[in-house]
Design a protein around this ligand. Sequence first.
Ligand SMILES: Cc1cc2nc3c(=O)[nH]c(=O)nc-3n(C[C@H](O)[C@H](O)[C@H](O)COP(=O)(O)O)c2cc1C
Length: 327
Amino acid sequence: MSTTTSPPDRRLSVAPMMDWTTRDYRYLARLISRHTLLYTEMVTAHALLHGDPERLLAYNTPEHPVALQLGGSDPSLLAKACHIAAPFNYDEINLNVGCPSDRVQNGSFGACLMAEPALVAECVAAMSENSRAPVTVKTRIGIDDQDEYEFLFRFIDTVRAAGCTSFTIHARKAILSGLSPKENREIPPLVYDRAYRIKQDFPDIEVVINGGIRNFDEVRNHLHQVDGVMIGREAYQNPWFLREADAVVFDDQHPLPERTDVCRAYAAYVESRFSQGHHPKHALRHVLNLFQGVPGARAFRRHLSENMHRQDTRPGILLDALQHIPA
Ligand SMILES: Cc1cc2nc3c(=O)[nH]c(=O)nc-3n(C[C@H](O)[C@H](O)[C@H](O)COP(=O)(O)O)c2cc1C
């Protein structure tokens, strides 16, 4: 199967984040920005082959453009995973070569794969053969003491030769033992120049930069150097951050949404998920920070956190919580 879908616009994206970028969060994010590319949580090839694809891969049509992130290091398993994912029509399939967690290392994939560019190239080739959507790679700038520019250069050069034309670079190295995943997102210093240099040395590939980016001035500055910016924690911890995205990054000047309208639309979504048998807490946890920084935000949040975990909770508590926000 060769790539037939056109690549999504990657000028701005929300990063893959386990337990955070669930389909519920993505629905909320899409209510705030029409164009920002949204990544799933990582799904391992192993989980997909042995689990329930519908549960792991189904999403709501309005989430487009949406990219699936896979984890794995076995080309044939990843090929099968892409085959299983094909009917779900993701706009992109991304391979995780950046995650340092123990669980991931034990499965021998994630950031440790940076040391095996030929294997990553094989994975990408096998995935591309089984995907109509473009296959991309998310990586770090290095691992442990393999942190010279030449190491990253060789990795990109080898994987590019297998047909990968878009790389997301989390601009800090991963330290594979001794640091927790959280520390690995905070302690190794950010070196944005490494990603810029890759773009200069490989002008024909798309480079998306990631790591520590928290406002649109920074986004604009990075877009002078690279093709796209990926935002992780800021887009989750402060979802309203995405409000400016369409106008600033995608030149779409449609009227900006109001927070209360987004909240009401999300309440309707939570209601529909509830009617399909999903406890409201799963969707409500993502909306806790929607009103961050405005009057009533604490009471809104408190009302939800005190009520959403009850067994008999109803989705209507979101509209009740909204009463705490002054008109
Ligand atoms: C809770 C959490 C879960 C994450 N899970 C993944 C993951 O599944 N796959 C991945 O490639 N990166 C994962 N990351 C890393 C992010 O995608 C991103 O690279 C990192 O947070 C740096 O971007 P930021 O500084 O904008 O947050 C995760 C980060 C967080 C905070």
